[in-house]
Design a protein around this ligand. Structure first.
Ligand code: CO8
Length: 209
């Protein structure tokens, strides 16, 4: 099965949403993902020499082949699992650390590394939106782990979001109508409101992808 094949969305989310058990093997996987994050940060900051580039490209191709030889169907993957206070095992956004979880409010923080740069020291706007999607989606799921998809997400950029600094996030449930959860979020750097978002998440029905 590839990521193009799919199961019932609720079944998939219930299986993939489980926290990844802690074993020496999964710990080694976490360490590899942390190394990939470090690598991504180094990649965007360096202009290597032609010799270094050739050497690194060969090493990367070798590592890619090792990973491809171990590929598994989406439902069995460790990538994307988690959802505990340390957030999911993923590379799409900076790691979100969840500080407070209440029924209708979540508080979290993050530090975005150099990889997430847009320009001139500011975080890429798409990453700001992706952070809101992850956080507000978690808010919509609630403690029961409802399986929801984003119907819309509107982000307003109020001030640049800095890299390499602590950013504080808050998400709230504004209202609930049948399967619809309207949620909002804010991203702060100290006393500066950098961005805010509002979104609609719709709970999936059995049979939905
Ligand atoms: C495996 C599952 C993992 C889940 C978590 C992963 C998070 C994600 O991947 S999200 C990815 C980005 N989002 C997507 O790809 C979603 C694509 N869209 C869809 O799948 C569907 O349109 C979906 C699920 C949002 C809604 O479809 P469906 O369940 O058929 O609901 P539908 O009957 O159309 O609408 C339900 C209600 O929501 C409202 N609604 C739906 N979309 C919107 C919208 N964009 N704006 C406003 N209202 C909307 C409808 O008007 C309706 O309201 P009411 O109850 O008042 O009549």
């Amino acid at each position: 099965m590839t990521s193009l094949d799919s199961l019932d969305g609720i079944a998939m989310a219930k299986r993939r949403g489980r926290r990844l058990e802690d074993t020496p093997h999964t710990q080694a996987y976490r360490e590899m993902l942390a190394a990939v994050r470090g690598f991504q940060n180094a990649v965007v900051q360096a202009n290597p020499s032609p010799e270094e580039l050739a050497q690194m490209t060969a090493s990367l191709q070798e590592m890619q082949a090792m990973l491809e030889a171990q590929a598994v169907p989406e439902v069995e993957r460790w990538y994307g699992r988690g959802g505990g206070r340390d957030g999911k095992l993923q590379l799409v956004t900076p790691q979100l650390r969840i500080d407070v979880v209440e029924e209708d409010r979540i508080q979290a923080h993050t530090v975005a590394e150099e990889f997430y740069i847009g320009m001139n020291g500011a975080m890429h706007g798409g990453i700001v939106a992706a952070i809101f999607d992850a956080l507000l989606g978690r808010m919509a799921s609630g403690a029961q782990g409802r399986v929801c998809r984003t119907a819309y997400l509107t982000t307003n950029y109020r001030a640049i979001t800095p890299l390499n600094e602590r950013l504080d996030l808050v998400a709230k449930v504004e209202s609930v109508e049948r399967r619809k959860r309207f949620v909002s979020g804010q991203l702060w750097h100290g006393d500066t409101l950098c961005a805010e978002a509002d979104a609609l998440f719709v709970e999936l029905l059995p049979g939905h992808q």
